[in-house]
Write a protein that binds this ligand. Structure first.
Ligand code: SIN
Length: 303
């Protein structure tokens, strides 16, 4: 009998599989397909202080082995997430959830983290300093070590739960940014958010996305994500959540060998709503095949 349990920032979860923010809503729709209590946890849709309608459409473009999104952090705002989504969540999910927070200023991050981290069902706060689809916020905080340090320090001071900082791949030195977050007190790092990209409609001679650029995800980005998780594992001691193009149980093993303690699955859920269920069911079979008794023993195993 193999052991799929892992410890993520002080909380033991049944397996390392976590649907990624933005690809799983608040879990309710997916709970109509299968019992989502089989997940390690899930990261809910990026939440801001005020409600946001998101970017103009079109905001999705398909691409070989992936997709580009420019959603623009559509969400009902932190107060409604607390009063509506988190209130309803125990009816269909009885584990700790990961709260994903975004913002346009340090004050906004602090406002959201302070409120959301008080909620019982919130086990971890994932702070997104890497959204490529909004101006004056999101990724602009995550592309240099100084601003990443400042946001991390500010949210750590008020968070009642472990803080995981979500990083952007759209940088030259991801290890330096991860180190800055660790030295500001981050409990964990998650990476990668989407890769800045675009498509052009050749009949209209215009970008496909109304916002021109968006973030690329899907299996085409897996090798980029693996490279960055590998680099960050060499740079920090705190746990890493690896994500980017994970579609199969073998991808999960690869991500963990690169250095991830847990693994988020994003775009795959949009292609196949059962993607995480299938990965969790396949994981023990792949572990037996490769003679892995416990997942914790393979973290960083490729170094
Ligand atoms: C979005 O809502 O634009 C996606 C969030 C992200 O990529 O951080």
């Amino acid at each position: 009998m193999v052991n799929t349990k892992i410890n993520l920032c002080g909380i033991t979860i049944d397996n390392p599989i976590i649907p990624a923010s933005g690809c799983f809503g608040y879990g309710k729709e997916f709970s109509e397909f299968y019992d989502i209590n089989m997940l390690g946890t899930f990261s809910f849709k990026g939440t801001t202080k005020e409600p946001r309608f998101g970017n103009p459409t079109p905001r999705i473009a398909e691409t070989p082995s992936g997709m580009i999104n420019s959603v623009g952090l559509q969400n009902p705002g932190v107060d409604t997430v607390i009063s509506r989504e988190l209130k309803e969540m125990p009816k269909y999910f009885n584990k700790k959830v990961m709260a994903n927070i975004s913002g346009f200023s340090q004050e906004e991050y602090v406002y959201c983290v302070e409120r959301i981290s008080r909620e019982d069902q919130v086990g971890w706060v994932e702070v997104n300093i890497s959204c490529p689809n909004v101006h004056g916020g999101g990724m602009s905080f995550g592309v240099n070590p100084d601003s990443a340090y400042e946001i991390t320090k500010a949210v750590k001071e008020i968070s009642l739960k472990p803080v995981i900082i979500k990083l952007s791949p759209n940088v030259t030195d991801i290890a330096a940014i991860a180190k800055a977050c660790e030295s500001a007190g981050a409990d964990g790092i998650s990476l990668i958010n989407t890769v800045l990209s675009m498509r052009i409609d050749i009949a209209k001679r215009k970008p496909v996305l109304a916002n021109t650029f968006g973030g690329l995800s899907g299996s085409c980005v897996l090798p980029i994500a693996l490279r960055m998780v590998y680099q960050v594992y060499n740079a920090v001691k705190i746990p890493i959540i690896g994500m980017g193009g994970v579609t199969t149980a073998k991808d999960v093993i690869e991500m963990m060998m690169a250095g991830a303690t847990a693994v988020q699955v994003g775009a795959a859920n949009l292609v196949n709503p059962y993607a995480c269920k299938e990965i969790i069911e396949e994981l023990p079979i792949i572990m037996e095949k490769y003679k892995i008794n416990s997942l914790e023993e393979i973290i960083g195993g490729a170094h």
